[in-house]
Write a new protein. Structure first.
Length: 201
């Protein structure tokens, strides 16, 4: 277990917080709000993801990577975690492992399919899962309102919603089925619970 001692002697245990949930549930929106509201917490970081999605697309600010370069980057060890979804490739930069080892809390949006990989790489006790939930009807409305995908891609994303079950330990479910401010408050509260647990570690 890696720890970092702050100026007041408090012990900060490194954490990798994985934000997961079906497409359209609100992961990126909640992360953007948390990034803004927690920007004063120096030990909490929200790294950008490498995605083969064109720069400037609707939604998250990501690190654009050309599809023809992604495979080589992965083979060269550029990513701690990587996966394919929605005809895109996603990578979490390798430095995240060092950030956690230095005692930081790192919060990232990942596929449900890589949760066990993260637990194996980082250690079960240092991985927390924030599982964002909303009904299928809400998912459809949000994907349509987002306007980033066409009708076929929306149907494919909705079909994928039930493709994975989130199980194991250190999971906090966050229901994002109400108004946005309520969802943000619940999300921030879940992060603060993780911080309290880490401080007691
Ligand atoms: N609680 C909420 N209430 C209303 N709209 C929301 C809420 N959470 C997210 N949204 C909207 O739903 C859409 C999908 O959110 P997004 O963060 O892109 O989801 P994900 O990253 O999980 O695919 C966006 O247009 C976003 O503004
Ligand atoms: O494997 P799953 O758990 O179904 O997740 C599929 C993908 O959706 C999310 O990405 P992204 O946020 O770019 O897509 P979204 O905004 O449509 O959720 C997540 O980071 C995965 O890359």
């Amino acid at each position: 277990m890696t720890e970092r001692h702050t100026h007041d002697g408090a012990v900060k245990t490194g954490l990798l917080v994985l934000v997961v949930g079906p497409s359209g549930v609100g992961k990126d929106t909640l992360l953007d709000a948390a990034r803004e509201r927690l920007k004063g917490a120096a030990h909490i970081c929200f790294p950008r993801r490498c995605i083969t999605r064109p720069a400037g697309s609707v939604g998250e600010v990501h690190i654009p990577v050309r599809a023809e370069d992604f495979g080589q980057m992965a083979r060269q060890g550029a990513f701690l975690l990587s996966w394919k979804a929605h005809d895109l490739c996603y990578g979490i930069p390798r430095h995240v492992q060092d950030d956690v080892a230095e005692g930081k809390t790192v919060i990232v949006n990942v596929s449900r399919s890589v949760i066990d990989d993260a637990r194996s790489l980082i250690g079960h006790d240092q991985v927390r899962i924030l599982s964002i939930r909303a009904s299928r009807e809400v998912l459809r409305k949000r994907l349509e309102s987002r306007g980033r995908e066409d009708a076929l891609d929306i149907e494919r994303r909705l079909a994928r919603a039930s493709a994975y079950q989130v199980d194991g330990n250190n999971i906090v479910h966050v229901d994002n089925d109400a108004d946005l401010e309520t969802g943000i408050a619940r999300f921030i509260a879940a992060i603060e619970i993780d911080q309290a647990i880490a401080n007691r570690a």
